[in-house]
Design a protein around this ligand. Sequence first.
Ligand code: PLP
Length: 393
Amino acid sequence: MELAKRVQSLTPSSTLAITAKAKALKNEGLDVIGLGAGEPDFNTPKFILDAAYKAMEEGKTKYTPSGGLPELKQAIANKFERDQGLTYHQDEIIVTTGAKHALFTLFQVLLNPGDEVIVPVPYWVSYPEQIKLAEGTPVFVEATEENEFKLTKEQVEQAITSRTKAIIINSPSNPTGVMYTKEELKAIGEVCLQHHVLMISDEIYEKLIYGDEEHTSIAQLSNDLKENTVIINGVSKSHSMTGWRIGYAAGPEKIIKAMTNLASHSTSNPTSIAQYAALAAYTGSDEEIEQMKEAFQERLEKLYEWIIDIPGISCVKPKGAFYLFPNAKEAAIGCGFESVDDWVKALLEEELVALVPGSGFGSADNVRLSYATSLDQLEEAAKRIKRFVNKHS
Ligand code: PLP
């Protein structure tokens, strides 16, 4: 039987593919170091586990409203007010089965066939596929390494056509870890307002920012910008809760209402128990989040130094998330490989270090390293990569 056209061109997630290959080698008993992970390596904090357990014991195991528990929506609204000074009412928020499904639902309610969404390259792997699944057209615009992987307002202006419906802003970014400044966001925001382009601000790494940098949401910069932005966020990365699948979107009521209608016919609601866990996350102490952040920062500082010390590798220093996205083209060519993809493959086979090739993110010269693993493992991985490069040069 022939499958539907909409899934025939779907490409499987490249991050999951490399993780699966690394796992298979590990199962053969090999000492593989996987730097492909897109999730924190810490346990979910205990007070959150306790809240979920209590919810189960109290029988809170039934359907909830499709858009999420009112008390969780209120806790999310309070978080917006507290952290970003943004006021959202409950009918401007939907709780979803992870931030990924918030994005999926958003594209479904937003796009008609042929509508365009501007996607900065490098991009998180699911954006283009989700846009295509909604019969939209991803319009790729390359954010150059020279401009620290960030789009300029001129690039945005050039990419806008009469079909442009939205633009994605992911700051801090997966895979690059870079973050837009207030001024950069303001400039892009002005262009979007002029051309009636909705801003989709994916802020899933909002809590993982290092040094003195502070997170800015484009929605914070003016009331007009807020009214033309949908913020996407969730507890996966901030509270090490990837498996719980709780994310959310906040934005204009009309959009959120349509998303809630669609959710009522697809997921019904995000898992009730996980919603109680997320409620605890947003009403409890941030102490453990801070500890995780400190651990990530230490790893970033060290790994960055180790990586740029390898011949043929350069790297824009990230300000957030938990990834490095170095350019490895010179190293790959110097080692006699035709592409960075081939170099990554040989590195896994010979030195048992799993990186994610940048081609999956639209940047074939780069590789993504996740530092969501212990310092010891990171040090050993960097040593192996260096040995591999030296051996082949
Ligand atoms: N957005 C970005 C940029 C991500 O990296 C991820 C996860 O990897 C998500 C959204 C989705 O997060 P989740 O569905 O776990 O909430």
